[in-house]
Design a protein around this ligand. Structure first.
Ligand code: FE2
Length: 588
């Protein structure tokens, strides 16, 4: 490492140390309050196996559960939820009115029969502004014996505009002419893009479903009081609900070889909307689609519930697609990607992503966080290397623009990776985190691909979109093999448990990540995993060449040289940062 690189690296460490000292209110001592930092990494891989005193599965929440039952009369708003627009001056408010229908014959409601109004203002009971929006319905049709058709209630979306950043607003929604306005709700807008302002806590939830464990997860999230929620796909598990008796099926075609199509029980979506309302009506919830949202129906139609129920900032972020979009929350830019739509370098999503990354102003939003459903880095047996094609198409672009953190779900367990790029440890690679452990009906994943006899065959894990691009490792301890014989070096920590995560961004270079296991709420009073994620912009900024000349062909066959990953040892860095503090050198 050259002297200049050592100095810039050293400055980043000192900055991060100062931030951690500030957030922990104490000296760093090798990591604020004993919490490690990514600068201490790469870490030796750690596995914590499933606690056998817990249950692998969960009980289904039936439709008559109080959290799922409709508790308003027909035309009053219910399932109220919020979503961020692209910037803090606007906010989406969504709700549902009317009664959904399920049965052989369904007749869609008339969306124009009910108005979509939101009254809002900065004082409780004082609504200085009103905004009207749009409404729609969708149907899910199965013209096959034994499967039920569905037509939704009227789904309303209103985009509030002209809001002040970092400000609490009170609102009611509904149709004042009936009159059927809701009770009063409130929300707080995000801070303006700035390296010095962030939402307090960002909850990250994956593969939630509607079970007893989903309830524990959401109760735990509410207790952690987030300002923003990211849902990384597989939301309700409404699919295969009836034919599996609410129990789910890991292989539907094996269990139901005669079913002509994978049915969904759409009232589960309405139950989920009610289940989420206590959180989503006051905290913006940003969703991205998972495989359980595909929900094929007649005529090859897919994703109708996901596309109709959720307002996302697709136009505002220029994607014009609800399958992928971006938004800012203070000094963090979030990119939500679609794994079940074209992700190839020749496609529109890739072009949009390239443009979106190119337009990010890192002096305003230093953090770039990406999220999509299926993980690229995953050492569990389940879904192992399933989305290798997507990784090979998109990873180079995310790396060149120095995306800081990636959140995924899909695998029903927790795993945090060491910084990695192209399966090689790299101090400038993103921190990949899998939190597909929200509590759905399909049980926790407990087997690892490196367990004896657990390495899947290359075609065992077929993606529900895209092809197979499996690779054998070309270097390192697993050279020539499809699976490692031990926990891979890029897997820092993995544990089989239900839970959720909280990201707290401290400043432009430091963020605290905490994974909360469900049992932490009552069994163990400590986080399952905790780490300060430290950016090193001087070492890992996109270069001018990279920002003006993004990659055109991202597929790669050989991992990068491990020699490029060599940096000063973390202990040496901490010693240097402490020396800086002792000698009063202020780094700005
Ligand atoms: Fe999934």
């Amino acid at each position: 490492m050259k002297a200049r690189e050592v100095l810039t690296h050293f400055m980043a460490i000192a900055q991060a140390a100062a931030a951690m000292m500030a957030v922990m209110g104490q000296g760093s001592g090798g990591g604020g309050g004993g919490i490690p930092t990514t600068l201490d990494g790469p870490f030796d891989p750690v596995t914590r196996r499933f606690d056998p005193s817990l249950r692998l599965g969960s009980d289904d929440l039936p439709m008559d559960n109080p959290r799922l039952k409709k508790n308003v009369t027909s035309s009053f708003p219910e399932q109220i939820s919020l979503a961020l627009s692209a910037d803090p001056s606007s906010m989406w408010v969504s709700w549902v009115t009317g009664d959904a229908q399920i049965g052989k014959n369904v007749t869609p409601l008339d969306p124009s029969s009910v108005a979509s109004e939101v009254w809002y203002g900065t004082g409780s009971g004082k609504y200085a502004s009103q905004q009207d929006g749009k409404s729609t319905v969708y149907s899910q049709l199965y013209p096959f014996d034994g499967l039920l058709n569905y037509s939704s209630g009227i789904i309303h979306h209103v985009r509030l505009e002209g809001l002040e950043p970092g400000t609490t607003y009170y609102f009611k929604c509904g149709d004042s002419s009936v009159p059927t306005m809701s009770d009063e709700y409130s929300f707080k807008t995000m801070p303006s893009p700035s390296p010095n302002a962030y939402p307090s806590r960002i909850a990250v939830i994956g593969d939630l479903g509607l079970t007893s464990n989903s309830s524990t997860t959401i109760n735990h999230v509410i207790k952690n009081d987030p300002a923003l929620v990211l849902m990384v796909g597989d939301l309700t598990y409404a699919n295969q609900y009836l034919t599996t008796g609410g129990q789910g099926a890991s292989c539907f075609s094996c269990s139901f070889p005669n079913a002509p199509i994978r049915e969904t029980y759409q009232p589960r979506w309405d139950g989920w909307g009610r289940f989420m309302e206590p959180l989503a009506s006051r905290v913006p919830m940003m969703v991205i689609e998972g495989n359980h949202e595909i929900e094929p129906q007649v005529d090859g139609i897919t994703f109708q519930s996901y596309l109709t129920r959720f307002a996302v900032p697709s136009e505002e972020s220029r994607s014009n697609s609800s399958f992928y979009y971006s938004f800012n929350a203070g000094g963090a830019h979030f990119i939500m990607l679609g794994a079940y739509v074209d992700y190839n370098v020749t496609g529109t999503q890739y072009s949009w992503l390239m443009d979106d990354l190119h337009r990010v102003n890192r002096s305003l939003t230093p953090w770039v966080v990406a999220a999509w459903h299926p993980p690229w880095y995953n050492s569990y047996n389940s879904h192992y290397q399933e989305f290798e094609c997507m990784r090979q198409e998109m990873e180079a672009l995310l790396y060149q623009y120095k995306v800081d953190i990636v959140f995924n779900g899909h695998v029903h367990a927790y795993e945090r990776m060491n910084r990695v790029y192209n399966y090689t440890l790299d101090p400038c690679g993103p921190v990949y985190i899998t939190v597909g452990d929200g509590g759905n009906i399909e049980k926790v994943d407990v087997d690892f691909a490196d367990d004896p006899g657990k390495c899947p065959k290359p075609d065992d894990n077929k993606p529900e979109f895209g092809g197979l691009c499996h690779l054998n490792f070309t270097s390192g301890p697993a050279k020539g093999n499809f699976c490692w014989s031990k926990q891979p070096e890029w897997s820092a920590y993995r544990e089989s448990s239900f839970g959720h995560g909280i990201l707290e961004v401290v400043n432009s270079t430091c963020a605290l990540w905490t994974w909360h296991r469900n049992q932490d709420a009552y069994k163990e009073d400590k986080p399952g995993d905790q780490i300060f994620i430290v950016r090193q912009p001087e070492l890992c900024s996109p270069t001018a060449k990279e920002t003006s000349d993004p990659p055109q062909g991202a597929r790669e066959s050989e991992p990068a040289s491990p020699s490029s990953t060599v940096i000063l040892s973390s202990k040496m860095m901490w010693l240097m940062s402490l020396l800086v503090a002792l000698f009063g050198i202020v780094v700005r």
